[in-house]
Design a binder for this molecule. Structure first.
Ligand SMILES: NC(=O)c1ccc[n+]([C@@H]2O[C@H](COP(=O)([O-])OP(=O)(O)OC[C@H]3O[C@@H](n4cnc5c(N)ncnc54)[C@H](O)[C@@H]3O)[C@@H](O)[C@H]2O)c1
Ligand SMILES: O=P(O)(O)OC[C@@H](O)[C@@H](O)[C@H](O)[C@H](O)CO
Length: 387
C-alpha cells in the first residue's frame, strides 16, 4: 500500500507518517523544504521520540520524499497512491491542490486504478472538504464529472502536540505520547482498509468541534496570555496560576457549549479538560508560545477556535468572559516574526480596532460580542510586558 503525505513537518513526521508506516504503508513525503527532502531520500528513515520519562524512540523506515516543486513527480506519485494525507496548514491546501488534481486525472486515464482516499489532517473544520473544492477547481470538466468515483475526501480531526524541534538532526521529532486521529467513515469508499490507531466515526462534527474548541482554544489562550506576560513557552505560561486559570476558564466556557450542543457527559468532558491541562504542562515538552499563537488571523477567523465558540455561547445564553479576554489577548499578539501578527497590528493601527474586528472575526459592529471584545481589549491595556 502506498501513501503520499504532503508536509514533512512536525505533525507529518511525528504523527501521520509514523501511523501510516505502522499500518504497512510505504510513505512518500512531499515538501518544499529541499534540505528535508534530500535527507529523507538519503536516509530513508527518521526517528520519533516520545516526550516522557522513558523517551522511547521509534525509527520510521522505508520512507522517501519528493520536492513539492517537481509537479510531474508529485502528480505521478498521487496517481500511484492508495492514500494521500496532508499536514501543511489550512491556508496551504490551495497550493497543493493542482498536483493532486493532475494525479487524479492520471488515475482516471488508468482503468486499473482503484479509489484514492485524500485526508487533510489540519486544525480546521472540514479541511478535506476544503481541499476537495480546490482540487475540483483544477480538474477538467470531464474529470470533474467522473472524479466522484475515483477520489474520496473524508474530513478528520487530529490531535498530538508536536512542538518546534530543537534537535541537531533535522529529521528527528519529539512528540507527546498522547494522540487521537478521528476520520469520517461515511465519506470512505466501501472496503477501504482501516488504519491502525485511527478512530472511525459516522459523524465527525462532535469530534472536530470538541478537539478544536477545547485543545486548540485552551492552547491559544495559554499562548496569547503567556506571550503578553513575557513567557517563552506554554510550559512556563502554565506554571503561572493566573494564566492557567484563564486557560481552564476558557475551556470551561467552550465545554458548556459543547456539552449542550453535542450531549457530551459533563463529568467526562471535565476529565477531558483535566487531561488537556496536564498535556499543556508536560515538563518533557518545550513548546514555544509563538508557535502555538502563530497565524492569529486564522485563529481569530469566524469559524475558528475563539470566535465560533464565543458566538455559540452567546446564542445559547452562556458565559463568554474568558473567551472575550482570550480574544483581547490575541489582538495584542504583536510578534514581529509572524506575518499575520504584523498584519493584525498594522490593521489595528491603520483602521482601528472596531474595523479590524469586523474584517477578521466577522463580528458586526452592532453585535454585543463586538462591544464586549472592545471592553476586554481596553481592560487589558495595562499589564503586558514591554518588548
Ligand atoms: N504541531 C502540532 O502540534 C499539530 C497538531 C495537530 C495538527 N496540526 C496541524 O498540522 C498542520 C501542520 O502543522 P505542523 O505543526 O506540522 O507545521 P510545520 O510547519 O512543522 O509543517 C508544515 C510542513 O509543510 C511544508 N509545506 C509548506 N508548504 C508546502 C507545500 N506547498 N507543499 C508541500 N509541503 C509544504 C513545510 O515545509 C513544513 O515542512 C497544521 O494544519 C496544524 O494546525 C499540528
Ligand atoms: O497548529 P495551529 O496553529 O492550528 O495551533 C497551534 C497548536 O495549538 C496546535 O498545533 C496543537 O499543538 C495541536 O493541535 C495539538 O493537537
Amino acid at each position: 500500500m502506498k501513501a503520499v503525505h504532503f508536509g514533512a513537518g512536525n505533525i507529518g513526521l511525528g504523527f501521520i507518517g509514523l501511523l501510516l508506516s505502522r499500518s504497512g504503508y510505504e510513505v512518500r513525503f512531499v515538501d518544499i523544504d529541499a534540505e528535508r527532502v534530500a535527507l529523507l531520500n538519503e536516509r530513508g528513515a527518521y526517528r520519533v521520540t516520545l516526550a516522557d520519562e522513558k523517551a522511547e524512540t521509534t525509527v520510521v523506515s522505508g520512507v522517501s520524499a519528493i520536492d513539492g516543486k517537481d509537479a510531474e513527480s508529485v502528480a505521478r506519485a498521487v496517481a500511484e497512491a492508495d492514500l494521500v494525507t496532508t499536514a501543511v496548514g489550512p491556508n496551504v491546501l490551495r497550493f497543493i491542490a493542482e498536483n493532486i488534481a493532475r494525479g487524479i486525472e492520471l488515475r482516471l486515464a488508468d482503468e486499473k486504478a482503484g479509489p484514492l482516499v485524500v485526508i487533510a489532517c489540519e486544525n480546521a473544520i472540514g479541511a478535506s472538504t476544503d481541499l476537495k473544492k480546490h482540487v475540483y477547481g483544477f480538474l477538467s470538466p470531464d474529470a470533474r464529472a467522473r472524479a466522484g468515483e475515483a477520489a474520496f475526501f473524508p474530513d478528520a480531526a487530529v490531535d498530538r502536540i508536536v512542538p518546534l524541534q530543537q534537535h541537531d538532526d533535522k529529521l528527528q521529532v519529539t512528540v507527546e505520547p498522547f494522540y487521537e486521529w478521528v476520520v469520517d467513515r461515511s465519506a470512505l469508499p466501501e472496503g477501504f482498509p482501516e488504519l491502525e490507531g485511527v478512530h472511525y466515526v459516522d459523524r465527525l462534527e462532535p469530534y472536530i468541534e470538541r478537539k478544536l474548541f477545547t485543545v486548540n482554544t485552551g492552547h491559544c489562550c495559554a499562548a496569547y496570555h503567556g506571550y503578553r506576560k513575557g513567557y517563552a513557552t506554554i510550559q512556563e505560561a502554565m506554571r503561572d496560576e493566573e494564566v492557567a486559570a484563564k486557560v481552564r476558564g476558557a475551556m470551561n466556557e467552550t465545554g458548556a457549549v459543547l456539552t449542550r450542543l453535542h450531549g457530551f457527559d459533563e463529568t467526562e468532558h471535565g476529565s477531558y479538560i483535566d487531561k488537556i491541562v496536564e498535556r499543556f504542562r508536560n515538563p518533557h515538552l518545550t513548546d514555544e508560545v509563538v508557535r502555538v499563537g502563530r497565524s492569529p488571523l486564522r485563529k481569530l477567523a469566524p469559524n475558528d477556535r475563539l470566535v465560533r465558540p464565543a458566538r455559540l455561547a452567546y446564542e445559547l445564553g452562556l458565559e463568554t468572559a474568558q473567551l472575550m479576554d482570550a480574544i483581547a489577548a490575541a489582538l495584542r499578539f504583536d510578534y514581529a516574526g509572524d506575518a499575520e501578527a504584523v498584519e493584525l497590528q498594522m490593521s489595528i493601527r491603520g483602521q482601528g480596532l472596531s474595523k479590524t474586528l469586523v474584517r477578521y472575526t466577522g463580528l458586526p459592529a452592532d453585535h454585543p460580542l463586538h462591544a464586549a471584545i472592545l471592553a476586554a481589549y481596553g481592560a487589558s491595556a495595562q499589564g503586558g510586558v514591554a518588548r
